[in-house]
Design a protein around this ligand. Structure first.
Ligand code: HEM
Length: 635
């Protein structure tokens, strides 16, 4: 999905397998098992490397000279070798893209390896054009390789392209319909409540956490430092395991859960700027020298094992059920949950409906990874926004407290809750979990003219309303920077202000986002390729339930002396600047919500939104939770 390697020059590792990588995989295997061959490889590799580097260099320089992109303006390249990649390494924390956009306009170039120019677009129409023609602008192969190595495999929805992607998307979509999400709602409630209870216990016992004196928080009640990131990662993994595949990771209760730890490790390594990784992106042959990342390999193997088990178990269930239901017109028409949808496609006979076993295994790992890390990141950043804007947190909690947990319409009320919706949109706007993505022009005609909503002035002073790209040109889409454009959101675009969603200016309609006019879930076009997030409704519903459950009983703050930085490794995760040794973390200060007024029922939906008096509610109980699942509707 993402600028895993190249936008920032960060270092993701690669697997041996890649699009043209069967040979590399074989060579790597031989090298590891055959000492004589290894000697030859060591002797010949400098020569091969030299030839590759020379031909690659010539290729890049020639491309650069004939690329129409060279006319565009952009930041000065400080290094012929690595261009602007080193400067972009910390872009999430220094607003670099916005600075460049201010200087050069909404379509400009930056430089990569050996001066190669890449296009960066923040212009809404240009972004819509590239994303709306997804099959003419696929992900570059090094991005797909990188994603595949992290868990997704090469044949999953995230990494497939063209007709394979179109077929997979069509088959999988029913698993993300409103009805399907409604069916898994009880799992959201169950896991949110489990997490809340764990945090309440930690707060009460101060167990395993650093209790902070009230002086730190300047308030009367001591609170407990909890790494919200780690816990939310576990909770969302449990959710996708159960909701997608009926698989219980139980990672909230089992702290040593192997897969939870492996996922956390895969995504925890922040991108590092490594020249070798950049070279590997351009010269696939160099990937045979990559040291296999042990954690990634273990994660892949573990998910594969789980996937194989799930497939065989569900296949026999589906076959039995089909047999019993053989009177139906379509005997495989059973179950709309993700795993059933996948298994059905594996058993289908029509090529348009069919997915191979390898594809299904890749989908399982894709959804396990894509379905939990992103949501955990979104939740953790929203909680952070609420921790530093305590007025917003109080307002949200007060407005949520008037929702009755026993109400048969609680799910509807929650999804419709105006202020919760504003907080969610603002959180996802300001803290987009996936901060950028990358595409490459593969237009069949060999070039394309990308339209702009405004115009750009090139190096020679010529004004144009389009940007011409050639086949092979790389286009970067900085999702987070697009979401924070001052042209759209005003001077306070970088601030967390949920209220802005209450009176939206009409100009926001011009943002080409799939959801809520922001680019957080990307957008797409069913005809020419839809690469938008297939799980966005799932994520939104899950986040709302978690916020509701957590905020009713827990109060979140943060030590103001800590500087929280963003670290990107596919998703954007927080890290404490002064505690790099602790890796990614979000140390929130948590305490029980102090007792407030007794419960009183809301008079009407309007009252729910404008209730002034906060009321206290009892924690949700299991019977309530189960009832909720039956009455949910998605908006
Ligand atoms: C707040 C949470 C989430 C965010 C911000 C998010 C964001 C994104 C983005 C930006 C993409 C496009 C990546 C690219 O093409 O470069 C994407 C794709 C995808 N997402 Fe999400 N996602 C979230 C939650 C989920 C969930 C819960 C699931 C599944 C249960 C999911 C499954 C996927 C899949 C399978 C794709 C690939 C779609 C395709 O290419 O057709 N995502 N997501």
């Amino acid at each position: 999905m993402l600028d895993v390697v190249d936008v920032t020059g960060g270092a993701r590792n690669f697997t041996y397998a890649n699009d043209n990588g069967g040979a590399f995989a074989l060579l790597a295997w031989l090298v590891s098992f055959s000492p004589p061959l290894r000697t030859w490889v060591y002797i010949l590799s400098p020569i091969v490397l030299f030839l590759c580097a020379a031909s690659g260099l010539v290729r890049i320089i020639v491309r650069q000279q004939i690329s129409p992109l060279r006319r565009l303006r952009g930041p000065r390249s400080p290094s012929f070798f690595t261009g602007n990649l080193a400067a972009m390494h910390d872009q999430e924390n220094n607003n670099l893209i916005a600075t460049w956009e201010n200087e050069h306009g909404p379509a400009f170039i930056y430089h990569g390896l050996f001066g190669g120019a890449r296009l960066m677009i923040t212009d809404p129409r240009a972004v819509a054009h590239v994303l709306g023609n997804a099959y003419e602008y696929p992900k570059p192969d090094f991005v797909r390789d990188s994603l595949a190595s992290m868990a997704a495999g090469h044949d999953g929805l995230l990494t497939s392209e063209g007709e394979q992607h179109r077929r997979q998307r069509k088959i999988i979509s029913p698993a993300f319909s409103a009805a399907s999400i409604r069916a898994v709602m009880p799992i959201f409630w169950e896991k949110a409540s489990e997490l809340r209870d764990i945090w309440l216990r930690i707060v009460d016992d101060n167990e395993g956490a650093d209790p902070l004196p009230f002086s730190k928080r300047n308030d009367e009640q001591a609170c407990t430092r909890i790494d919200a990131l780690a816990w939310l990662g576990r909770a969302t993994l449990d959710v996708i395991g159960l909701a997608g595949f009926g698989y219980a990771f139980n990672s909230l209760t089992d702290e040593s859960n192997e897969l939870a730890l492996a996922f956390a490790a895969v995504f925890s390594t922040a991108r590092k700027f490594r020249v070798m990784t950049i070279l590997q992106a351009w010269f696939p042959i160099l990937r045979i020298f990559r040291e296999e990342n042990e954690v990634e390999a273990r994660t892949r193997a573990k998910i594969r094992d789980i996937g194989l088990g799930l497939i065989s178990e569900r296949k026999s269930a589906v076959i039995t059920e089909s047999f019993l239901a053989s009177s139906k017109t379509d005997p495989l028409d059973i179950g709309k949950d993700l795993l059933s949808v996948l298994i059905r496609s594996n058993l289908a006979t029509s090529p348009a409906q069919q997915m191979s076993s390898e594809e299904i295994l890749c989908q399982i790992s894709t959804f396990m990874a894509a379905g939990h890390e992103t949501t955990a990141s979104a939740l953790v950043w929203i909680l952070y926004g609420l921790a530093i804007h305590r007025d917003v947190q109080t307002r949200l909690r007060d407005s949520l407290k008037v929702l009755l947990p026993t109400s048969p319409n609680l799910n509807d009320e929650l999804q419709r809750h105006e202020y919760l919706d504003c907080v969610l949109r603002e959180g996802l706007r300001l803290y987009a979990p996936v901060s950028s993505t990358m595409r490459v022009c593969e237009s069949p005609s060999g070039w394309d003219e990308i339209p702009l909503s405004g115009s750009v002035t090139d190096k020679y002073g010529r004004v144009s309303t389009t940007v011409r790209v050639r086949r092979g040109d790389i286009v970067s889409i900085p999702i987070a920077a697009v979401n924070r454009r001052k042209e759209v959101w005003g001077d306070d675009a970088l601030e967390f202000k949920p209220e802005r969603w209450m009176n939206l200016p009409p100009s926001t309609n011009s943002i080409p986002g799939l959801w809520s006019n922001i680019l957080t879930f990307l957008n797409g076009n069913v005809v020419n390729g839809n690469r938008s997030c297939i799980g966005y409704k799932f994520a939104i519903t899950e986040i709302k339930v978690f916020l509701f459950v957590l905020l009713r009983d827990l109060d979140f703050g943060i030590d103001p002396s800590l500087v929280i930085e963003r670290k990107v490794n596919v998703v954007t995760r927080p890290c404490v600047k002064s505690e790099p040794e602790r890796g990614n973390q979000m140390p929130l200060l948590v305490r029980r919500v102090p007792d407030v007024l007794p419960l009183s029922p809301p008079a009407s939906p309007e009252c729910i939104r404008h209730e002034e008096n906060p009321v206290s509610l009892q924690p949700l109980t299991w019977p309530d939770i189960h009832k909720l699942g039956d009455v949910l509707t998605i908006h």
